[in-house]
Ligand binder design. Sequence first.
Ligand SMILES: [Zn+2]
Length: 298
Amino acid sequence: MKLAAKTLILSALMMSNMAFAQVIIGDKQFPDAGKTYAPGEGGFGQYQTKSLMGTKKVVLTFDDGPDTVQTPRLLAILKKYNVKATFFTLAEKYNDKTIPLIKQVIAEGHIVASHHLDHEDNNGKTEELYKEQLKTAISGLAKIMEETGTPNTEMYYRFPYGAYGSSKLNYNHMNDIKEISEELYGDNCINFTFWDIDSLDWLKPMDNGDVISNIMANLVGGTAYNMVKSKWSGKSKKEKYEIKHPMGGGVILMHDIHSRTVDLMETLLRNFKEKGIQVVPLNEVQEYSYKGKECRLL
Ligand SMILES: [Zn+2]
């Protein structure tokens, strides 16, 4: 009886997940082609990767590189465990040393994506500057991708800090993404990507174990850590909390510029294996799939 009840709940859950997923397929991860976004129109929550929730599947994403020391260390581990990831790179870091590294990332079967030109908050920029930087970043990466001979069809983009579309501005970044994409590709090709699980590997007080706990707690439940600001002293302190209803899957945010992130990677991947967590490539996830759409630089 117990088992039957469990199965019933599980299949009901799966069905509700599927129903959810069906609603969000389509152009959801591209800016909506038929719409002009108003300043302040946006938000983060609507872009959660619902098709992965409860599936025990994760996408690994690494931001802010390439880093000539940490990225190669990370690549070696990913190769050892036969795991494919996505790297959101900053175009201002593209140079004679990092471009071969980007090509290596592509050759080893990972996805290279754009994390803009610089890591400033885009909500502090004029529209003119934002567009100019976006164009430089996307065309710079697309050219490197072209040089590898890899079919240049997928261009994922992540806003630094996830920041876009502030109501304080007189424009919305989504319209500019469409405009620059039309200019470069002749189509709506830039697929923006947020994240579901923040590992907090970018916060100094988090140690290896804390970062692993933050990820695992969101997948299977358990203890996670956050920095909480004291009302009295104004200082931030690390505090633990329990996740009782984990997402059970999603896009994980990490950074390949910190040695700690690479140091903990093997343990994390072994934990995944123990708990039956599968790492899947971003382009195989429903919300991020190009579904055969061809996007090439004009
Ligand atoms: Zn970043």
